[in-house]
Design a protein around this ligand. Structure first.
Ligand SMILES: [Zn+2]
Length: 45
């Protein structure tokens, strides 16, 4: 297994790269910007 590739986490809402600033949140294995988290509705699917 190739473990040299680093996965850059991206926001599950806007798909932009996470920068891990204060306020960012994680739901399960999904990261969200602090501004994107309130917009994400898991029950919407
Ligand atoms: Zn985002």
């Amino acid at each position: 297994m190739n473990t040299t590739q680093v996965v850059k986490p991206s926001c599950a809402f806007c798909s932009k790269e996470m920068r891990f600033v204060e306020g960012d949140v994680i739901f399960g294995e999904k990261w969200f910007h602090k501004d994107c988290a309130p917009k994400y509705s898991p029950s919407q699917s």
